[in-house]
Design a protein around this ligand. Structure first.
Ligand SMILES: C[S@@+](CC[C@H](N)C(=O)[O-])C[C@H]1O[C@@H](n2cnc3c(N)ncnc32)[C@H](O)[C@@H]1O
Length: 318
C-alpha cells in the first residue's frame, strides 16, 4: 500500500502488545477473524481507498526493495515482476489471479507480459473496479474479472498455465488449505506453475508477546492463523507439486514496511478518529504494523513460493 491515502483517524498503536483497542476502533470486524462474507465485506469497504490511494498500482500487497529501487511505486512493480518470474510468464499464457483485489497485479501482468489473465475475487464490487481498470489500461481484451470463491475454483481442469496468490492464500482457513491446493493443481495444465507471495510463520518459537502480535494481525485483516512455511511446502509436496522453490524476500520487504509504518504512524497522530467507512483502511494499515514487528523479530517471513504441476491429478485425489 503505497499511500496512507484516505482520510483521517488514529489507530491505537498500543494494541501491538495485545492491549485493548481504542473504542473508536471497535469495528464490525473486531474479534471476528474468519472467512466468507465478512472478508468480502471488509474488502468491499476498501474498494475506494485501493482505487484512489495506491497510485498507479492499485495493490493491497507489499512492495519489494532491490538495489535499484528508489520509490514505493518501483518496489510494487518489482514485486509483481518477481511474481511473474516465479511463474515464468510469457505472452499468451493463461493465468489465474486468485484473490485479485481491485485488479492491480492482474492488469499489470496483462500489460507487461501480454498474458490472458482472470482475476477471481469473492468481493463483488472489485469485479467492476478491476474491469474498469483493465479498460483504462487498454488490456480489456486480456484481463477479465470473475466473482467467485477460490475455495471452489469455477474453471475446468487444466485451464491455466499459472495460478498466482498475491497475499490472498492467507484467507484459506487451515482446514481448507489442502483442498485449495488440490483445486489449484486441478486447474493447472501439466507443467503449469503455482506461485504465491505471502506472510507466513517462519517456524521460530513465539513468545506470548509475539503470539499477541500474530492475534492482532489476524484481527486487523481478518485472516485465520498464518501457515508455517515448512507446512506449506510439505502440503505442496503432498498435493503432488514438483520443483518447489522458496525465495526469501524478508530483506526486500522490510524497507517497504518500515517506510509505510513511519508514514502511517505520523498520519494517525495528526488526524482525528476514523469515520465508519474508513475503519477497514485503518485496520489494513494496522496489519502492516503488526507484520513489520513480526518480521523484525523473525517470527513472520515473506517468501515467494512456487511449484509445478507435473501432470494430471491422480483420479483418487481429484
Ligand atoms: C490482501 S488482498 C490482496 C489483493 C491482491 N492480490 C493485491 O495484491 O492487491 C486479499 C484479497 O483476497 C480476496 N479473497 C479472500 N478470500 C477469497 C476467496 N475465498 N475467494 C476469492 N477471493 C478471496 C479478498 O477479496 C482480497 O481482495
Amino acid at each position: 500500500m503505497p499511500n496512507g491515502g484516505i482520510g483521517p483517524g488514529p489507530i491505537d498503536l498500543s494494541s501491538r502488545d495485545g492491549g485493548p483497542m481504542k473504542p473508536s476502533m471497535k469495528s464490525a470486524y473486531r474479534d471476528r477473524a474468519g472467512n466468507g462474507p465478512l472478508v468480502a465485506e471488509y474488502y468491499a469497504d476498501l474498494t475506494a481507498p485501493l482505487q484512489k490511494g495506491t497510485g498507479d498500482m492499485r495493490l493491497a500487497s507489499y512492495g519489494l526493495w532491490g538495489p535499484e529501487t528508489r520509490t514505493e511505486q518501483e518496489s510494487l512493480e518489482r514485486s509483481i515482476h518477481l511474481l511473474a518470474d516465479g511463474c515464468g510468464l510469457r505472452p499468451g499464457m493463461r493465468v489465474l489471479d486468485a484473490g485479485c483485489g481491485v485488479g492491480g497485479a492482474t492488469v499489470f501482468l496483462a500489460r507487461a507480459y501480454g498474458v490472458r489473465i482472470t482475476g477471481l475475487t469473492n468481493c463483488e464490487p472489485h469485479v467492476a473496479a478491476g474491469t474498469e481498470w483493465a479498460e483504462e489500461n487498454g488490456v480489456g481484451h486480456l484481463a477479465d474479472f470473475r466473482h467467485g470463491d477460490f475455495m471452489d475454483i469455477p474453471f475446468p481442469d487444466a485451464t491455466f498455465d499459472a495460478v498466482i496468490n498475491l497475499e490472498s492464500f492467507c484467507y484459506a482457513a487451515p482446514a481448507d488449505r489442502p483442498a485449495y491446493m488440490r483445486g489449484v493443481r486441478r486447474v493447472l495444465k501439466p507443467g503449469g506453475r503455482w506461485c504465491l507471495m505471502e506472510t507466513l510463520l517462519s517456524g521460530k518459537e513465539m513468545s506470548p508477546a509475539q503470539d499477541a502480535v500474530h492475534v492482532s494481525l489476524q484481527r486487523s485483516c481478518l485472516v485465520p492463523p498464518l501457515m508455517p512455511l515448512r507446512d506449506l511446502t510439505a502440503m505442496m509436496r503432498r498435493t503432488g507439486l514438483a520443483d518447489i522453490e522458496v525465495r526469501d524476500l524478508d530483506a526486500e520487504v522490510a524497507p517497504f514496511i518500515e517506510s509505510l509504518t513511519k508514514r502511517w504512524k505520523t498520519f494517525v497522530l495528526l488526524t482525528p478518529p476514523p469515520k465508519p467507512d474508513q475503519v477497514a483502511y485503518h485496520e489494513l494499515m494496522q496489519s502492516s504494523i503488526d507484520f513489520g514487528q513480526g518480521l523484525r523479530e523473525g517470527v513472520f517471513t515473506y517468501p515467494r513460493v512456487s511449484g509445478v504441476n507435473p501432470g494430471p491429478m491422480p483420479a483418487a485425489d481429484s
